[in-house]
Design a protein. Sequence first.
Length: 322
Amino acid sequence: MSQFLISPATTWNRVNHEDMKVKDWIEPSYAQLENRFDVVITGVPLSRSSISASAASEYPDSFRKSWNFFTTYSIDEDVDFRALRIADVGDVKMHGTNILQCHENIEHAITDIQKKCPDSFYVQIGGDHSITAPIIRSLAKHTGKRIGIVQFDTHLDLRSTESDGPSNGTPIRQLLDAGIIRGEDVYNIGLHGFYNAPSLMKAANHYGVNRITLKQFRENGAEKQIAEVMKALQDKVDIVYVTVDMDVLDITYAPGVPASTPGGMRTDELFDLLYEVGKYDIVRGMDFVCLDPYRDTLEQQTVKAGTYAFLTAMVSRYVYLK
Ligand SMILES: [Mn+2]
């Protein structure tokens, strides 16, 4: 049990069919933490901390609803990944107005999960990008290990906490300033266009954050790019955390992301990157943030892209690491 987790609004039951959907596969284990799962999913429904007005707090529930659209069989891999044991432990309990209290609850919930499920892979569904700071704080404090970050993002997220507080513009800065992570262990992939001010580039240089622009990634391709980043990280860190800000996607692919922009990544490129990331055992956790389902199209194209991205990482882990 964790007192920092509650049952979500959308619930499914685990059902064994010949033709299994994702909703039948993911086992409900709300607030119950058991060490028998390969993967633990936690909803982190917080977006009062978003700089752009956002209902990303509603994404964990939309993510769960979308499980009805997908099967556990991948035609690309010709594999059914239902044997991957996966739990939905529910949502982090949030305070109505107090963002710092919400962040503390996130940190406590992730610590409880690590204590009870030490061998699992941790998937967090945001929420806005501010949630990544308490998640990494918990991972760092609980494991005592040096953590590398692979960040897919249009932005550096290095805004100063003095002007922007613990918002979704500052998670990486918060962690660097607190000495939880080192700039050289952060790899931001997907930066592009006209969305990062010169002072933020100055900060990136100051902290030594690695930047791989969208253009550079396209020259290398997903396999080579992730291999390069993982090779560098494996020499420095003990574990890697992958944070996917859905605003890395081009606005035409991600209408349901308040800060998505023209000139961004295509969905197939993000899927390829997550497929590559799934091959590496050093990656111990992942989050998906800043997707606001209230802004999405009627067909829920962004929500479905988020679920597809998650499933791509899962099937790759299943094929390469089972
Ligand atoms: Mn971000």
